[in-house]
Design a binder for this molecule. Structure first.
Ligand code: CP
Ligand code: NVA
Length: 308
């Protein structure tokens, strides 16, 4: 499988076979990292990270991961670079392509990452946009695969806001053959283009994709319950209104008791305890949730090793 030079902007750009390859590579890289035999396959390569929004996991996992692969990283925050304001995105892309071997961007408009990739001559990675968070979903799939020793045939239910994480989860799960349901209030569904893509992908992988408005009904038979914040970065002013709208979608002990006996709960983090997830549920699933956070690093090492 040769993915050299490819961008990693949307899971919709990848086939089931390609995602499967990246997940296997992530497992191999994780095992090698743990046993201290990881080869420095990106020796002296430079990764530039651009952040127009805050981050803990994405920044540290990319920087650490690149170093573990033998390369270097440099982080630029919004106040330093002012993406798309100080100069055009096209010019920024052409300049950074002269210094870097790969650029990761976390920003608001998804089209800004696409615009950057159009002009960059090095691979561009989406580190979260308002529309999607593909690197997160690679870590999630890796975590699920490690826990259940398979992906196909499992049922994942996301309860909460049909946001960037939900959009990417739909696509990733459908491509990998998991049944996926988004349980959300009316008006907060995932974006239509992701739902449509996932439904088409599911026809080929034999999985099911659905949107539900009743979270208790949705989680029946779920092996994985997933949630994320109710107000994403950039939606802070809507936070108190959203607390009311989403309260029946909280992942709590009662909701978990409606799922399969083997259910695990995942959260991309940061978590707002007693909002989208209770303290009790988060702590009962802490082992797997923090493994999920660690897996960001291994999944992204696989992505970088494959495309750079
Ligand atoms: N899950 C995730 O992307 O975390 P950060 O926002 O801290 O990077
Ligand atoms: N939906 C969240 C994800 C954070 C990792 C946000 O965009 O803020």
């Amino acid at each position: 499988m040769n993915l050299k030079g490819r961008d990693f902007i949307s899971l919709m750009d990848f086939s089931t076979q390609e995602l499967s390859y990246l997940l296997d590579l992530a497992s191999e890289i994780k095992a090698k990292t743990k046993s201290g035999v990881l080869e420095p396959v990106l020796k002296d390569k430079n990764l530039v990270l651009i952040f127009s929004k805050p981050s803990l996991r994405t920044r540290v996992s990319f920087e650490t991961g690149m170093r573990q692969l033998g390369g270097n990283s440099l982080t630029l925050k919004q106040d330093e670079i002012n993406l798309g304001v100080r100069e055009t995105i096209a010019d920024t892309a052409r300049v950074l392509s002269r210094y870097a071997d790969c650029v990761m961007i976390r920003t608001f408009a998804h089209s800004d990452v696409e615009e950057f990739a159009k002009y960059a001559s090095v691979p561009t990675i989406n580190g979260l946009t308002d529309d999607s968070h593909p690197c997160q979903i690679m870590a999630d799939l890796l975590t699920i695969k490690e826990h259940f020793k398979k992906l196909k045939g499992l049922k994942l239910v996301y309860s909460g806001d049909g946001n960037n994480v939900a959009n990417s989860l739909l696509v990733g799960c459908a491509l990998m053959g998991l049944d996926v349901t988004i349980a959300c209030p009316k008006g907060y569904e995932p974006m239509e283009k992701y739902v449509e893509f996932a439904k088409n992908a599911a026809l080929k992988t034999g999985s099911k994709v659905s949107i539900e408005y009743d979270s208790k009904k949705a989680v029946e038979g779920a092996n994985i319950i997933y949630t994320d914040v109710w107000a994403s970065m950039g939606q802070e002013s809507e936070a108190s209104m959203r607390k009311e709208i989403f309260k029946s979608y909280q992942v709590n002990d009662e909701l978990c008791s409606c799922a399969s006996d083997d259910v695990i709960v995942l959260h991309c983090l940061p978590a707002h305890r007693e909002e989208e997830i209770t303290h009790s549920v988060l702590e009962k699933n802490a082992e797997v949730i923090f493994e999920q956070a660690e897996n960001r690093m291994h999944a992204q090492k696989a992505i970088m090793a494959a495309i750079v």
